[in-house]
Design a protein around this ligand. Structure first.
Ligand code: SF4
Length: 186
């Protein structure tokens, strides 16, 4: 793991029910340059804040809880520490857990950045769900599953990578069926 940069985190929630389906351990990375107005975690923006953590410490917390369905990378913006998260993502998938990643980038922007930052799509290749896009206060809703504003999508990452275009995750499709008046942002 030593070839990768160290991971800087804002904190860890060992048992979360709001950061994706089921019971999850959520890693809040430190550092985000999006500065969305109304962000609920402004303390996570400073790239010099938080603390470094060894990946083994996170893996030990994961292994302690047999009830976990998966792990979530939230922030901050995990994509701004993509290289540091790749070995952790690999270990999470080796354990048979699912992986949700939140980012302020849209999926399309991550693809655009691939040539200069190949680690973005490498990290994404381990994910099951990507919650993408910035938080937009004017589109805020408390009714949305796992996200804060209507522009943000629950993307089925593996289907998206094989199809070559965004495939919305079944969770959001089902949510949309219950709220046909909501505009599906695709
Ligand atoms: S991307 Fe997330 S953490 Fe960053 S400013 Fe926006 S809402 Fe806050």
């Amino acid at each position: 793991m030593s070839d990768y940069p160290r991971l800087r985190i804002a904190g860890i929630e060992p048992e979360s029910f709001v950061d994706g389906p089921g019971i999850r351990l959520t890693v809040f990375t430190q550092g985000c340059h999006h500065h969305c107005p109304g962000c609920q975690n402004p303390q996570t923006h400073d790239f010099e804040g938080g603390r470094y953590i060894e990946l083994d410490e996170i893996l030990a917390m994961i292994d302690e809880n047999p009830l976990l369905d998966g792990v979530t990378f939230s922030g901050g913006d995990p994509m701004d520490q993509a290289a540091a998260l790749i070995p952790l993502a690999r270990k999470i998938k080796e354990r048979g857990l699912n992986l949700v990643i939140f980012t302020g980038y849209t999926y399309e922007r991550l693809v655009e950045l691939e040539s200069e930052r190949p680690e973005l799509l490498e990290l994404l290749s381990f994910a099951d769900i990507l919650v993408d896009g910035p938080f937009i206060m004017a589109q805020r809703s408390l009714e949305l599953k796992f996200r804060g504003s209507m522009n943000q999508r629950l993307i089925d990452v593996q289907q998206t990578l094989s199809a070559g275009h965004v495939v919305i995750h079944k969770i959001q499709i089902d949510e949309q069926a219950e709220h046909p008046d909501w505009k599906l942002n695709q």
